[in-house]
Design a protein around this ligand. Structure first.
Ligand SMILES: NC(=O)c1ccc[n+]([C@@H]2O[C@H](COP(=O)([O-])OP(=O)(O)OC[C@H]3O[C@@H](n4cnc5c(N)ncnc54)[C@H](OP(=O)(O)O)[C@@H]3O)[C@@H](O)[C@H]2O)c1
Length: 278
């Protein structure tokens, strides 16, 4: 399919796990890009709506990645208001990063659609990069991952695949009104994922499943803020109760190729040295 943009694209979370990769792809295609984040040249802050209109100036399309999480109170309202502002300022094409099996994420998707935008939703499974660029990096490096998740399977998706799909849907025709389920090619338990990283790095890394209450107490003892504990416990228990233990075919649908395997992610991440002892 042919590119039809060459107009400015705003990439929210453009320095984060998926946004950074979306920026790389658009830039490689000579698509003009503006990073939307608090540290961007033209700052964008979800907490400060006064920053939204300036960030949208001259923009025709946007990658909408909400922070901190689509399940926090106020997310749907913020996304709805932002999308409405975007449409009114001429940024009609909005591609939203969403999550699977979350009523709150569905409410965010609905708010996006009600804005009248030419919307596309990327409903993603758990990112593989949570182990290399997110909150699971430190436990992996320490050699012990402790989570309130047992033997449930999750088809971890590679952020590179999400970015490939996002770049395609932002620049090519035919994706308006589509919800794509983006997952990896196979189900792994968190213990499987950690074992894969251990095998790839050649380092012993343990995995222990603990009850949710004990997990929350452990985080509190480390001084983690209550709202973060609530969010993590919710994500690791409610969303990982088995409802998402199936694969989606969005990567194949959009890109015409299978998604990357977790083993490929582990090999590439290990090669960067990210999991070496500090
Ligand atoms: N992680 C997963 O497995 C997963 C799975 C499915 C869906 N999701 C969804 O993906 C989204 C992003 O999650 P993530 O954990 O991967 O984060 P991330 O994209 O790695 O988040 C960091 C990005 O957000 C920006 N940011 C932080 N605070 C901000 C604020 N107040 N206003 C604007 N930008 C801000 C950061 O830049 P600055 O610091 O410069 O602001 C950075 O660009 C969430 O909506 C989540 O629900 C995540």
């Amino acid at each position: 399919m042919t590119n039809h943009t060459r107009a400015l694209t705003l990439v929210l979370g453009g320095t984060g796990k998926t946004g950074r990769r979306v920026v790389q792809r658009l830039t490689a295609q000579d698509e003009p890009v503006r990073i939307g984040s608090r540290s961007g040249g033209l700052p964008f802050d979800w907490e400060d709506p006064a920053t939204w209109a300036p960030a949208l100036g001259g923009v025709k399309a946007a990658y909408v990645s909400y922070y901190p999480d689509l399940t926090v109170p106020g997310a749907a309202e913020a996304i709805g208001s932002f999308a409405e502002m975007a449409v009114n300022s001429g940024a009609r094409r909005l591609v939203m990063l969403s999550g699977r099996g979350e009523d709150e994420a569905v409410a965010c998707e609905k708010a996006l659609a009600e804005s009248g935008a030419d919307w596309t939703v990327l409903r993603c499974s758990w990112f593989a990069q949570n182990f290399s660029e997110g909150y699971l990096l430190e436990p992996v490096v320490s050699g012990q991952v402790v989570l309130p998740v047992g033997a449930v399977g999750e088809p971890f998706v590679d952020a590179d695949d999400i970015a490939d799909v996002a770049a395609a849907t932002l620049t090519q025709a035919g994706h308006t009104g589509q919800v794509y389920e983006l997952t990896g090619p196979r189900l792994l338990t968190f213990a499987d994922a950690v074992a894969q990283i251990a095998a790839t790095t050649g380092r012993p890394i343990g995995y222990t499943a603990v009850p949710a209450a004990g997990y929350a107490e452990g985080l509190a003892a480390q001084g983690v803020p209550a709202e973060v504990i609530e969010l993590l416990t919710y994500l690791f228990t409610t969303v990982l109760d088995g409802r998402n233990a199936h694969r989606g075919d969005g990567v194949q649908q959009v890109l015409g190729r299978p998604p990357r395997d977790f083993a490929d992610f582990a090999r590439d991440a290990a090669a960067t040295g990210i999991w070496n002892h500090k």
